[in-house]
Structures are given as structure tokens and as C-alpha cells.
Design a binder for this molecule. Structure first.
Ligand code: GLN
Length: 283
């Protein structure tokens, strides 16, 4: 079979990505080939001996070379599927992870139909946009410190048809927020600053530092959210935060100290507690 036919290209790329340390070399090679050649998965199965044009070959080669340097497939393609919808991802945003679908599931269980939601540090908008798309009667506000991230969230909101129900505001945590909300959510940066250098290159070199670092102990954003939230949460409202490994006791203590009651621990598909819920204690 000629070396520029799909099956041979896929096999060679898979070997290269495996050698470069990818955990999912077969999947990576297939997704990059589909994108480079504009083909569906069915095209690959039904026509494994079809040749690529020189331009398609050059694109595929550049994609594979980038993945060999640990750039995640979602960043090479500029898009990532999250809760069944495609989000644009850029260097200004965190790449939304499947683990973050845990907070979506938890929120959908408690959100009233016409919920007013607040998403702090929205990045691509994955959390706010997904919830608004799932709950057509809901409205929301989402914040980010980065204007470039907000531009990405704005584009995603428009493409996914929720722009008229989402207010995107620039600033730090609650600073640009006004109003009262039925549910406050955040997947804040929660990696201790000193641990970032030890993360895998796929994360360290490609997710923005602003979206990763939670200060010295990784808990600064939870302190800010816990101390500010009461002023923005409706009576009987819910608060949900994503957390990192081992952070359950510390984050629960931070919210307890601000008068919140623990309202549920939610596990990701790997069985780790990934999201904590809190309720405002009625006074
Ligand atoms: N809320 C966004 C997400 O979950 C961004 C989170 C972040 O940048 N830490 O993908």
C-alpha cells in the first residue's frame, strides 16, 4: 500500500505519537487525520486506501509534529467537545476537561427551571453555556479576568444559541458582578503554584497559567468565593465548585467558616470527588 494512503498514514502517525508519550496515540492520530483531510470516521473505515492531496498531507504532518511536542489535540484543532457540544478553545482559555462535566450533572439536579446562574472564571464558557443550553428558561452571568477568554466565551455562546441569555463581564471574581443568583458555580484555578512546573507538558505548556494557579496552597480562589458569595446568593441558593485531588477537607472548612453548609460531594467518572456543593445557611 502506498505510504500516503490513509491506513499507512494512520499507522505511522500512531507509532510516532506513542513514541512521543501520548496515552491515546491511536485516537489522537485518527482525530488529527480526520481534521487534516476533512474526513469523517466513516470515510476512514470505508476508504482506507484513498490518497491525500499534498496540502492535506502537509497539514497532517504539521498536526502530528505539534502533538509530538505535547500540544493537546483539542488545542491543535481549536475545539473541544464538552457535554455533547463543541466549544472553541484558544491559548487564552483552559481546555475544558471531561471531569468538569461533574459540576454540570450536579447543577442540573438542583437548578430551578428559570434559574439565574453565575459562573466565576468562565474561560471558554463551558459551564455557563452548557447549563443555559440545557435549561432554556435559565439566564446567567459569567465572569473572567481575561478579555481574550471572554471573547472566546462570547463566540461560543453565540454559536450555541445562548448569547441572549448570558451576560459576560470582565473582572476578578465578584468585582464586575451585580444581582442575586439561584446558583453560583466555579471551576477555579486550584493547582498550588509550586506544583505547576511538575505537571505534564500537555497541561503546563498549553493551559494558561492564570487558569491553573490557585496561589501558594491552591486554595486562594475558594477563600475569595466563600467570603464573597453570600452577598450574591439567593435564599435557598446553591453553590458548586470544582476541586482538585485531596482538597475536600480544606475546601469544606473554608466554606464552613463563612457560614455555608456542605451540600454534597460529587464524583467524576474516575471515582474522585471532583465537585463540592454548599448551601447558604438560613439566618
Ligand atoms: N470554567 C472554565 C472551565 O471549566 C475555565 C476554568 C478555569 O480557567 N480554571 O473550563
Amino acid at each position: 500500500m502506498p505510504a500516503d494512503h490513509l491506513a499507512s498514514l494512520l499507522a505511522a502517525a500512531t507509532q510516532r505519537l506513542k513514541a512521543a508519550g501520548s496515552d491515546t496515540p491511536t485516537l489522537d492520530a485518527r482525530l488529527l487525520l480526520q481534521a487534516a483531510a476533512g474526513l469523517t470516521r466513516e470515510d476512514l473505515i470505508l476508504g482506507p486506501d484513498r490518497p491525500l492531496s499534498p496540502e492535506q498531507l502537509a497539514t497532517f504532518e504539521s498536526f502530528v509534529a505539534r502533538r509530538e511536542r505535547h500540544e493537546p489535540v483539542s488545542r491543535i484543532l481549536g475545539r473541544r467537545e464538552f457535554y455533547g457540544r463543541v466549544f472553541t478553545v484558544t491559548p487564552a482559555t483552559l481546555d475544558p476537561r471531561p471531569d468538569t462535566e461533574t459540576i454540570i450533572e450536579a447543577a442540573l439536579k438542583v437548578m430551578p427551571k428559570a434559574a439565574r446562574l453565575l459562573d466565576l472564571g468562565t474561560g471558554t464558557g463551558a459551564i455557563a453555556i452548557t447549563l443555559l443550553a440545557e435549561r432554556p428558561g435559565a439566564t446567567g452571568t459569567a465572569t473572567d479576568l481575561s478579555p481574550d477568554a471572554l471573547a472566546v466565551a462570547r463566540e461560543n455562546a453565540a454559536r450555541l444559541g445562548v448569547a441572549d441569555r448570558l451576560s459576560l463581564v470582565e473582572g476578578s471574581w465578584f468585582a464586575p458582578v451585580s444581582g442575586v443568583f439561584d446558583i453560583i458555580l466555579s471551576n477555579p484555578p486550584y493547582i498550588p503554584a509550586g506544583e505547576i512546573a511538575g505537571l505534564s507538558p500537555d497541561v503546563r505548556n498549553f493551559d494558561p497559567g492564570l487558569a491553573l494557579s490557585g496561589g501558594t496552597d491552591g486554595l486562594d480562589p475558594y477563600r475569595i468565593i466563600a467570603s464573597g458569595a453570600a452577598a450574591y446568593l439567593a435564599a435557598g441558593g446553591h453553590l458548586l465548585v470544582e476541586i482538585g485531588a485531596g482538597q475536600v477537607p480544606d475546601v469544606e472548612a473554608i466554606f464552613d467558616a463563612q457560614g455555608f453548609a456542605a451540600g454534597g460531594r460529587h464524583r467524576d467518572l474516575g471515582g474522585h470527588i471532583r465537585c463540592l456543593g454548599f448551601n447558604r445557611v438560613q439566618k
